[in-house]
Write a protein that binds this ligand. Structure first.
Ligand SMILES: Cc1cc2nc3c(=O)[nH]c(=O)nc-3n(C[C@H](O)[C@H](O)[C@H](O)COP(=O)(O)O)c2cc1C
Length: 375
């Protein structure tokens, strides 16, 4: 019989599917509804100690392409298909004191489901590192099963927060270490995908003591200009700043980032996010070596917490395991990482005449290193 339960960073999950930190997880009632719908875990909207004031007007929009056409726009219309979400929303605007009793209530009502508290602080000074520790002590004291450090929000003004931490291996390591000094529960770290080589930040984060890495947050992006008004489709007084792209458009890019890390650290644990709306997308992350996956955009568009999405994920994975029962597969562990080794350097890909290809060089010239196999 298929069994979707799994153990990730020492925590038992009824299934490996979590709602990611985003609007679906910013209230007690939404989180309870998510568990009722069947999600194995929930990551809260990121909680911080610093003041949070969002921009005027809409914080999230959805980009759609005309069916059979080329127009990509945020305008709501018939006969169009979702391409991506775009947002410039900051972390939760509710203070930690608002969150803690709610975390307690949720855990009291749903002790068997996993609640991960996403947190964010600065990293420039000892005072800021202490803010991380205050957050950790608060949320774990209230009953959170694990903590996710937000090193990935792409639209922070502060240079010591969010993706600005995730872009700096030293800050990644130091902030994780500060958290690990006081954490009694597993620490997951959500890295930004917006760096040249995410393996460097992953290495620093593991060195700081992280129990798992989570990727991807949204990718830096700007809205399109409306061809009639010449205004950005999202703007305040005509101005826009870089925001985050999520949903189907980032699936393949997020998978590429994840593949780099699971290959570099095959013995480590990873939670995959980015463009997941159905079980086939989740399967791709599992085949690269992820132990859990998370969903934001697709859930936002499905009754706010994704009841149909979680049904597709669990039913689809159950049926997948049943179909492969003849291989002896009954759990995720039976096929996790199965395709991790199949992403290799170009030079290792077959050619009609492989003897004629020397990694882009004319011949195996003296002085040039042979392409190094990565697998
Ligand atoms: C409106 C919105 C708000 C978000 N807020 C947070 C947040 O507070 N903390 C965080 O770590 N990620 C946040 N995210 C990122 C998501 O958790 C997720 O990493 C990203 O959307 C990619 O997943 P998706 O393709 O399923 O949307 C937010 C995403 C959206 C769309």
């Amino acid at each position: 019989m298929a069994d979707l339960s799994t153990v990730f960073t020492g925590i038992r999950f009824e299934n490996p599917f979590l709602l990611a930190s985003a609007p679906p997880t910013e209230s007690e009632s939404n989180i309870m509804r998510a568990y009722e719908a069947g999600w194995g875990g929930v990551v809260t909207k990121t909680i911080g100690l610093h003041p949070v004031v969002n921009v005027r007007g809409p914080k999230t929009k959805f980009l759609r392409v005309d069916d059979g056409g080329t127009r990509i726009s945020m305008a709501k219309r018939e006969n169009s298909t979702l391409v991506a979400s775009w947002n410039w929303e900051l972390i939760s605007d509710k203070p930690m004191d608002w969150w803690l009793p709610r975390i307690e209530n949720i855990k009291r009502a749903w002790p068997g489901r996993v609640l991960v508290a996403s947190i964010m602080a600065g990293s420039g000074t000892d005072k800021e590192l202490q803010a991380w520790q205050t957050l950790v002590e608060g949320v774990q004291g209230a009953g959170a099963d694990a903590i996710e450090l937000n090193f990935s929000c792409p639209h922070m003004d502060r240079v010591d927060m969010g993706a600005n931490v995730g872009k700096d291996p030293v800050l990644c390591s130091v902030s994780t270490q500060a958290v690990k000094e006081v954490a009694k529960v597993p620490v997951w770290v959500k890295l930004t995908p917006a760096t040249a080589d995410i393996v460097e930040e992953a290495e620093a984060t593991f060195r700081g003591g992280a129990d798992a890495i989570v990727s991807s947050n949204t990718f830096p992006s700007v809205p399109l200009v409306d061809p009639d008004t010449l205004e950005f489709e999202v703007n305040v007084d005509g101005y826009v700043s870089s925001g985050g792209l999520g949903g189907p458009a980032i699936l393949a890019q997020s998978l590429a980032k994840m593949a780099q890390m699971t290959q570099a650290f095959p013995g480590r644990e990873f939670s995959g996010i980015g463009g997941i709306s159905g079980w086939i997308h989740a399967l791709n992350y599992f085949l690269l070596g992820c132990g859990t996956v998370q969903v934001a955009t697709a859930a936002m568009l499905d009754h706010a917490i994704g009841p149909n999405v979680i049904r597709d994920l669990t039913d689809g994975m159950d049926a997948f395991l049943e179909r492969h029962a003849d291989r002896g597969w009954t759990t995720l562990a039976d096929f996790r990482g199965l395709r991790r080794g199949n992403i290799v350097a170009q030079s290792q890909i077959g050619r009609p005449e492989s003897s004629e290809y020397h990694g882009g060089y004319e011949e195996e010239a003296e002085g040039y290193a042979r392409p190094v196999p990565t697998a």
